[in-house]
Write a protein that binds this ligand. Structure first.
Ligand SMILES: Cc1ncc(COP(=O)(O)O)c(C=O)c1O
Length: 386
C-alpha cells in the first residue's frame, strides 16, 4: 500500500540488522502492547499467564527486574512498584479489608505507621503496635479479625532485630499473613521466606538502585494465591513503575555484591570505632555485640549492611548533636540511604510511644563507598568539635 511520508513517520519500512546482543538489559518502554489479531485482545494483568497485554502490567524490562528480585529473594513472584512506600501500600490494600486488624512493630518505618493511622483507619482497618522484640508473644495480640502482621528486620533507626520465625509460627497457627520489610538486608542477607514470611517488600531505592537516583519498590510473595490477590490490586491501583527506572535498578543489581561487601566491612569497622568513643553511649548496629537483637542477627542473617545508628551519652545536648552532624564534611544530610554517599540524620524520639528513650541523642548514619579511613577521620574531627 502506498504511504505518505507522514504515515511513514509512524508506519515505516526502515530496517535494522537483526541479532543484536548486548550485555545491557534493553529498556522496553510502552503503554500500548500490540495484539496479533482482534480476537486476542485481552486485559489480563498476569503477563506470565496471558502474554503481554498492556504496559501498565509490565514491559520486559519491568518483568526482568521483578524476576531477578524474585530469584534472589527465593519467592514465587515479584511485582515492581514506583517506590518502597508504594510497595507497603500495595501490600496493605491487597490483603486487608474493612473490619480487619493489622499489627505493626513500634519501630516500623514512619510512613508505614502513618499509612495505618491516616488511610487504613478511614477504610475500617484497625491497627495495634507491638514491641519489636515480642517474638512468640505476638500470639496474645492476635485477634479473630487479625489478618496481617508486619515485621521490619531490623526496624528503622533504633535497629532492633526481630525473631521472625517465632512471630511467623504464631501467625501461621492463627491463619494470619506475615509481611516483612526486607530493605536493610537488600533481600540478600536475610532469607525472609525461609524464616516464615509470606510477603516481602523492599525499597529498591536503597541498595538495589544503589546510586540515589531512582525510586522503586518490590513486593514478593510466597505462593500463587497471594500473587493473584496482589496482582489484581496492583492492576486496579494502576501503580506501574517506569521501565527506565527499572533499567537503572537492573544495572544496580549487577554491582550489588561488591557494593554491599565494601559497605558491610566499612560500616562494621566504623561502628566498632564509634562504640569505643567517650561521647557515644551505644551503637545500634545489628552485627555489633550488645546491639538489640544481635543474637538473632547472628542466628538468622548472613551479613549486615551500611545503615546504623549511634546514641550519644546523656550529657550531650541537642545542640551538640546537631553540631556534630553539621560539622561532618563527607557525610551529607538527607533522607533515604543505600547509595554511594555517606549520610547522617539526627532524630528526636521524645514522645514517640514504644521507642527506647534516646530522646534527641540518636543519629542515623548511612555508610557509602568512600574510603573508610577518610570517613573515620571525618567522624573524629566532628566529634572533637562537640
Ligand atoms: C525501611 C524502609 N522501608 C521503606 C522505605 C520506603 O522507600 P521509598 O523511599 O522508596 O518509598 C524506606 C525509605 O526510607 C525505608 O527506610
Amino acid at each position: 500500500m502506498p504511504k505518505s511520508w507522514k504515515t511513514r513517520l509512524i508506519h515505516s519500512d526502515a530496517k535494522v540488522p537483526e541479532g543484536y546482543r548486548s550485555l545491557a538489559s534493553p529498556v522496553y518502554r510502552g503503554s500500548t502492547t500490540i495484539f496479533p489479531d482482534a480476537a486476542s485482545v485481552d486485559d489480563s494483568w498476569d503477563q506470565h499467564a496471558a502474554g503481554y497485554t498492556y504496559g501498565l502490567y509490565g514491559t520486559p524490562t519491568t518483568l526482568e527486574l521483578a524476576a531477578k528480585i524474585c530469584e534472589i529473594e527465593k519467592g514465587f513472584r515479584t511485582i515492581i512498584t514506583p517506590g518502597g512506600q508504594g510497595a507497603i501500600s500495595l501490600i496493605n490494600l491487597a490483603f486487608l479489608k474493612a473490619g480487619d486488624h493489622v499489627l505493626l512493630p513500634e519501630n516500623v518505618y514512619t510512613p508505614n505507621r502513618k499509612l495505618a493511622g491516616l488511610v487504613l483507619r478511614r477504610f475500617g482497618v484497625e491497627t495495634n503496635f507491638y514491641p519489636p522484640q515480642i517474638a512468640g508473644g505476638i500470639k496474645d495480640l492476635i485477634r479473630n479479625n487479625t489478618r496481617l502482621v508486619w515485621c521490619e528486620n531490623p526496624g528503622s533507626i533504633t535497629m532492633e532485630v526481630q525473631d521472625v520465625p517465632a512471630i511467623a509460627q504464631a501467625a501461621y497457627a492463627a491463619g494470619v499473613l506475615v509481611a516483612l520489610d526486607n530493605t536493610w538486608s537488600a533481600g540478600i542477607h536475610f532469607d525472609a521466606f525461609a524464616h516464615g514470611a509470606d510477603i516481602t517488600m523492599q525499597a529498591l531505592t536503597k541498595y538495589v538502585g544503589g546510586h540515589s537516583d531512582v525510586l522503586l519498590g518490590s513486593v514478593t510473595v510466597r505462593n500463587p494465591d497471594l500473587y493473584q490477590k496482589l496482582g489484581t490490586t496492583h492492576q486496579l491501583l494502576g501503580c506501574a513503575a517506569s521501565p527506565d527506572d527499572c533499567s537503572l535498578a537492573l544495572r544496580g543489581m549487577r554491582t550489588l555484591a561488591v557494593r554491599l561487601k565494601h559497605i558491610e566491612a566499612s560500616a562494621w569497622k566504623i561502628g566498632h570505632w564509634l562504640a569505643e568513643r567517650p561521647e557515644i553511649e551505644r551503637v545500634l548496629h545489628p552485627a555489633l555485640e550488645g546491639s538489640p537483637g544481635n543474637e538473632l542477627w547472628k542466628r538468622d542473617f548472613t551479613g549486615s549492611s551500611g545503615i546504623f545508628s549511634i546514641v550519644f551519652k546523656p550529657e550531650i545536648t541537642k545542640e551538640q548533636v546537631l553540631r556534630f552532624v553539621d560539622k561532618l564534611e563527607l557525610f551529607e544530610i538527607g533522607y533515604s540511604w543505600g547509595g554511594v554517599t555517606s549520610l547522617a540524620v539526627a532524630y528526636d524520639f521524645r514522645g514517640s510511644k514504644g521507642r527506647p528513650d534516646y530522646g534527641h541523642r540518636i543519629v542515623r548514619l548511612n555508610i557509602g563507598l568512600e574510603d573508610t579511613q577518610d570517613l573515620l577521620e571525618d567522624l573524629e574531627r566532628s566529634l572533637e568539635l562537640l
